[in-house]
Each structure stands twice: as structure tokens, then as C-alpha cells.
Design a protein around this ligand. Structure first.
Ligand code: CA
Length: 230
């Protein structure tokens, strides 16, 4: 599981230590020293997770968390607050501001990595390496292998990401623009009909195992992955 992590921390030594450990674990780290810089980085490209120090020069980590939660574009980014303050009231304040989790300094790199994995699993299951199985399909993100009723299904990289997203967000209707954001990435200019092209390719790959019906068109809205039989 390699995620792009925005690290907002003003203490150079701590920033360096955390960045080193995250990079060592395979993550891509984007660093920021304060809330303003963090916001401009987020405007440029959405990270998968934000690690947010509570005490920052200028706007605090709590204020930044509130601003990220208030904007529809950044509302669902997982946020983990980093803080030296262990008081219960602070924890509640951090969580109320929209943080998903809270790590008290000093923390071990292992603990931080486990927390990152946990928030990704909750908020963005397509970011983890967990095997997904539904309706006879099995997708392994680690080996990039997909099988349908035990037959190997070969998919292009986009179809693979599309199927992974759909399987980890089943029974929900996704609009084309939502799929573009989630599968193609933020700020990538792709026409909405591109989604249709890749859905067609995905279905064609699933057809020999007769699992193409798992990927359903919801007329006028978008697409849905459904393994339910009714
Ligand atoms: Ca600080």
C-alpha cells in the first residue's frame, strides 16, 4: 500500500523523522510547515492522507482540519492529528474538527504506520492491499491478479483500478465524474465518456466468466458494482 501523504509539521527534526519512516515504508511524502502552505499543496493535488500537527505557526492544525472538512473537494481525505497534548478534551476537539484519528507524541513509526493503514482501510479501502472478493470475483492488489470463478482475468491498469474501486465500494451508484476523481485521480482532465470506454473493456474482460453482469449501468446516473442476486 503506497499512499501520498501530506505531512504538516513545523518542527524540522520531527518532520524529517516522520518523513523518513513513511518513505521507508513505501509512501510518497509531501511536506508542509504550516496550514497555508498545506492548503496550497492540497489545491494543487489531493493527498491520500493528511498527517496534521496540532500546534502550527499561524492557523492551527485543528483550524486546518475544519477547513479541509468544510470543502466538498477535500471533505473525505483521511486526517490524522499529531500532537504532544494528551488531554482528553483536546482529543475530543481534534475529532470534532474532523480528524479521523489522533496520535500522541512521542509515537513509534510502527504505530503511526498502523494508524495510517487503518484510516485508509476505513476511508479509502481501494488504497489498501487487502484482497477483495465478491460475486465470484477475486482481486489481489498486491499481485495485481484478478480471477473470476478461479479463471485468470487479464485487465489493463485502468480497468484494474476501476474494478478495485467498484469492488471496494459496492452497491452504490457512482457518477462518471466521481469515478474520474477516484480512479483517474484528481485534477486530471479526462472526458466523462472515457469512463464508458473503460467500463466496456472491463465488461468484455469479465464476459468469458459471465461475471460482466456484476458491473451494472444505472441509467442516467452512472455505474454500480453489485453482487446481490435480486
Ligand atoms: Ca508543532
Amino acid at each position: 500500500m503506497a499512499a501520498t501523504i501530506l505531512l504538516v509539521e513545523d518542527e524540522p527534526a520531527i518532520q524529517e523523522l516522520i518523513a523518513f519512516n513513511l518513505q521507508h515504508a513505501g509512501h510518497l511524502v509531501v511536506r508542509s510547515n504550516d496550514a497555508e502552505q498545506a492548503l496550497s499543496l492540497v489545491r494543487h493535488a489531493l493527498p491520500d492522507v493528511v498527517l496534521l500537527d496540532w500546534m502550527l505557526p499561524g492557523a492551527s492544525g485543528v483550524e486546518l482540519a475544519r477547513r479541509l472538512r468544510a470543502d466538498p473537494r477535500t471533505r473525505t481525505i483521511p486526517i490524522i492529528m499529531l500532537t504532544a497534548r494528551a488531554e482528553e478534551g483536546d482529543k475530543v476537539l481534534g475529532l470534532e474538527a474532523g480528524a479521523d484519528d489522533y496520535v500522541t507524541k512521542p509515537f513509534s513509526p510502527r504505530e503511526l504506520l498502523a494508524r495510517i493503514k487503518a484510516v485508509l482501510r476505513r476511508r479509502a479501502p481501494q488504497m489498501t492491499d487487502d484482497v477483495v472478493e465478491a460475486g465470484g470475483l477475486r482481486l489481489d492488489p498486491q499481485t495485481h491478479r484478478v480471477t473470476g470463478l478461479d479463471q485468470t482475468i487479464s485487465l489493463g491498469p485502468t480497468e484494474f483500478r476501476l474494478l478495485h474501486f467498484l469492488m471496494t465500494h459496492p452497491e452504490r451508484v457512482h457518477t462518471r465524474s466521481h469515478l474520474l476523481d477516484q480512479v483517474w485521480g484528481d485534477h486530471v482532465f479526462v472526458e466523462e465518456r472515457t469512463v464508458d470506454v473503460h467500463i466496456r473493456r472491463l465488461r468484455a474482460a469479465l464476459e468469458p466468466s459471465r461475471l460482466d453482469t456484476l458491473v451494472q449501468t444505472v441509467r442516467g446516473t452512472g455505474y454500480r458494482f453489485s453482487a446481490s442476486t435480486d
